[in-house]
Design a protein around this ligand. Structure first.
Ligand code: 3PG
Length: 309
């Protein structure tokens, strides 16, 4: 079987090497395409692949139709909104993700961005602390749980809202002292800072809107390490126009990035390129999990992390 890594944003070399070892040890062949600049390069290299490991790379109908041998796609990471699941199912392709493997990296970045912004980019001017501030977590998956854990060390008050809570989530909330919010409005009312951790789904598209944002305080902060599309950018711009102290901190650059920069230079921060999962540790965790999942899928039919039906 040919196992391909196709990543516009490459893994750390150590992770790539370890992925190659896992794949080759059991007799598969390995190929990689990194930093590609044109979709045609992906179309070319995927045409005889049986499995592919990707990150935020777009795998749509065109890519799949160009890969007749493709049996499994593993998104080394959490969100799989970049894969056309319906097209995969129609072609009998199994799509998996590697839940939790890069969660700590993203959670650490949430605090890195928050503190950087509260200290005005470390320019020496008087900033703010985050101790005692009320942090609201919108959704309570792997990243949110890590954020909650770190927030305890900062003496923040943490509450969370998730439309789906498992028994494990409830146990974790109790263990971490996270207060439950009853719905999204309740979460925003109870928070000074809201950090977004939901996947991009039909239900979450633009779910952070004017109504919710207006429930935060005048100097409220919205942090987005999830997906740009979950925020209604026009509504956010309206709030930031109305509230000169309101801040937007994001690892997923909005479509209206230039407008945010021009109009709210002090209250807006975006990483130049999505960097949450970009640590050597997260690359190794997610990349190796992806490689092992492929090996187990071919050897034992193990599809426990399958996300398409
Ligand atoms: C994820 O969904 O796992 C994160 O958004 C990380 O994405 P990346 O692998 O493209 O950095």
């Amino acid at each position: 079987m040919k196992v391909l890594i196709a990543t516009d944003k490459p893994f750390a070399p150590e992770a790539t090497q370890k992925i190659q070892n896992i794949v080759e040890t059991v007799g598969h062949t390995f190929e990689k395409l990194e930093k590609y600049t044109d979709k045609s390069q992906l179309l070319d290299v995927i045409k005889d692949a049986n499995a592919v490991i990707i990150r935020s790379d777009i795998i749509d109908e065109e890519v799949m139709s160009n890969a007749p041998q493709l049996k499994v796609i593993v998104r080394a990471g959490a969100g799989y909104d970049n894969v056309d699941l319906k097209a995969a199912t129609a072609r009998g392709i199994c799509v998996m993700n590697t839940p939790g493997q890069n969660a700590n990296a993203v959670a650490e970045l949430v605090f890195g961005m928050l503190i950087y912004q509260q200290r005005h980019g470390f320019d020496g001017s008087v900033g703010h602390e985050i101790r005692d501030r009320r942090l609201g977590l919108f959704a309570f998956g792997h990243v949110a749980k890590m954020v909650a854990k770190i927030a305890r060390g900062f003496d923040m008050t943490v509450c969370s809202y998730s439309p789906i809570l498992t028994h494990e989530d409830l146990r974790k909330e109790g263990e971490l002292g996270v207060l439950p919010a009853y719905n999204a409005k309740d979460l925003f009312e109870k928070s000074d800072i809201v950090s977004l951790h939901m996947p991009l789904l039909d239900d979450t598209y633009h779910c952070v809107n004017y109504e919710l944002l207006s429930l935060l305080p005048e100097d409220g902060i919205l942090i987005n390490s999830a997906r740009k599309e979950v925020v209604n950018e026009d509504d956010l711009i309206r709030i930031m126009e109305e509230r000169p102290k309101f801040q937007y901190i994001t690892d997923v650059k909005p479509d209206k990035h230039d407008e945010f920069i021009a109009r709210f230079p002090k209250c807006y921060f975006a990483t130049p390129k999505k960097t949450g999962a970009q640590t050597s540790e997260a690359n190794i965790n997610a990349g190796l999990a992806a490689a092992q999942q492929i090996v187990d899928y071919f050897e034992k039919g193990d599809d426990r992390y399958r996300v398409n039906v």
